[in-house]
Design a protein. Structure first.
Ligand SMILES: [Zn+2]
Length: 481
């Protein structure tokens, strides 16, 4: 009997030790930081048809980072105020971080917000691969690396919650069926079935060629005492715009970061609170209500209005969020090979008959010549590229990462088919390979499908969705401990 009691006491003692070790392991931590990535004046602003030099900084550009740690796995998510950052820049930043901290590259999700008023992060080739990094690209990689390393330095015990709210009033599908064939010409001498950004309030407008996604997702981390550390939101809105020409600005993404900081009462904290707005799947979604004539806005007014509205919605939903003391983290990554599109004989015939432009030495001016130039640059492209696809797991929330300006249909399909209870996608993540329409949208034509705006095979989005769903499935299976 005594032996039995002693054994039971020992067993109880052993169990107590075991469970206290288990509890000690389960400390969830979070950290956040920003890096200023503002370029020098004179760098080229991109996002429109033709680049032009920056002459003023309206607001500074940032890399904004959250790092999470479940005691076993660490994840870093970084959003950069840029229109699209090539893989080579992100890979350089990831290599630096891995060398300094041991964090695996596959556990870092790095993406661009897609502000159209940042300067280019592309090298001179301007297509889908980079050679040597330019000075700004090197600076960017260093600053992204510093951002993640600073966030890692600031890891502290934390709790995490997430939620979503609908804001349908600021998202519009920008591809339209129209009755006027003059609106449907493409730069290769053909006629499309839909028009991107048709004239506003025009009688020729019939209906949008696709849906929108009104969901705003957010992840919130706070200290054990309830001090806000960071909030990362996700909305499928291309950008807002309305800047002064040649100004550098982070667009509504920058304003949202400030607005959510205000609303959460997180100003002037040490370490500073970090608000982040990531881009969902907005390749065909923008902020223009095409049914109405253009309303008048002062520069920067519209983007502030949108940021305020979205931040207010997120703040309301945030009040209902359930915070968790610990959730399991995970990351999956795969390389997907995709064929690079080649010009058709019809395209080449159209390009061959274009009359040379005056002042051609200073670059192409007309739409057809710009696309002829882009197609020409594809001559040195590889036949196939390998694109990184990634998923992150944060408890029962799954995040997909796609290195394209991704059509909203793709994000909606991932949300519907994902094995996770909650899912959203961050576009332009871990690289920037142009637009990603669905095969159905390719058939309709339009700007986003033109060779030179889109570079990969028509079936790319089908393959990408399949791969991401497989990664989600894989990360649903608990990792062996
Ligand atoms: Zn864009």
């Amino acid at each position: 009997m005594r032996i039995l009691l002693r054994t039971a006491a020992l067993l109880g003692f052993a169990l107590a030790i075991f469970s206290s070790v288990d509890a000690a392991e389960k400390i969830f931590q979070a950290g956040a930081a920003t890096s200023n990535i503002t370029p020098p004046l004179g760098e080229l602003i991109v996002g429109g048809f033709l680049p032009f030099p920056a002459t003023h900084i309206h607001d500074e550009l940032h890399a904004r980072c959250i790092v999470l740690d479940d005691g076993t796995t660490k994840l870093a998510i970084v959003l950069c105020d840029n229109v699209g950052i090539p893989r080579e820049v992100f890979d350089s930043a990831k290599a630096q971080i891995h060398k300094a901290t041991g964090l695996p590259a596959s556990h870092m999700l790095m993406a661009s917000t897609h502000t159209h008023s940042a300067t280019t992060a592309r090298g001179p080739s301007k297509v889908i691969w980079e050679d040597e990094l330019t000075d700004y690209q090197k600076f960017l990689a260093n600053r992204i690396s510093d951002c993640v390393r600073r966030a890692l330095n600031q890891l502290e015990p934390a709790r995490i919650g997430w939620g979503h709210v609908d804001e349908p009033s600021e998202v519009f599908n920008r591809r339209w069926h129209v009755t006027n064939p003059d609106l449907l010409s493409n730069p290769f001498g053909g006629i499309d079935k839909v028009r991107m950004n048709p004239p506003r309030g025009n009688a020729a407008l019939v209906r949008p060629a696709g849906p929108t996604d009104p969901q705003v997702w957010f992840i919130s981390v706070q200290s054990k005492a309830g001090r806000p550390i960071a909030l990362l939101a996700n909305y499928s809105l291309h950008y807002v715009g309305g800047v002064k020409s040649a100004d550098v600005s982070a667009d509504y993404f920058g304003y949202f970061a400030k607005d959510i900081e205000d609303k959460l009462g997180a100003k002037e904290q040490v370490p500073a609170f970090v608000g982040i707005m990531s881009n969902g799947t907005s390749g065909d979604i923008n902020n223009i209500n095409f049914r109405q004539a253009t309303p008048k806005y002062e520069p920067y007014a519209k983007m502030q209005e949108v940021a305020q509205k979205v931040a207010a919605k997120v703040h309301e939903a945030h009040k209902l969020v359930e915070f968790h003391d610990w959730v399991e983290l995970g990351a999956q990554q795969v390389e997907l090979p995709l064929q690079v599109r080649q010009p058709t004989p019809e395209m080449l015939a159209h390009i061959a008959q274009l009359k040379p432009e005056e002042d051609a030495a200073n670059g192409p001016k007309s739409r057809d010549h710009i696309y002829a130039d882009r197609v020409g640059r594809l001559k040195g492209a590889p036949e196939q590229i390998s694109v990184p696809l990634q998923t992150l797991k944060i408890g029962d929330l799954g995040i997909g990462a796609v290195p394209f300006e991704t059509f909203v249909e793709i994000g909606l399909e991932l949300k519907e088919k994902s094995p996770f209870k909650n899912t959203f996608t961050i576009e332009l993540a871990n690289g920037s390979y142009g637009y990603l329409p669905t095969p159905e949208q390719h058939k309709l034509g339009g700007y986003e499908t033109w060779l030179g705006t889109n570079f990969v095979e028509f079936e790319a989005s089908t393959k990408i969705v399949k791969s991401l769903l497989a990664l989600f499935e894989k990360s649903k299976t608990p990792a062996p401990r």
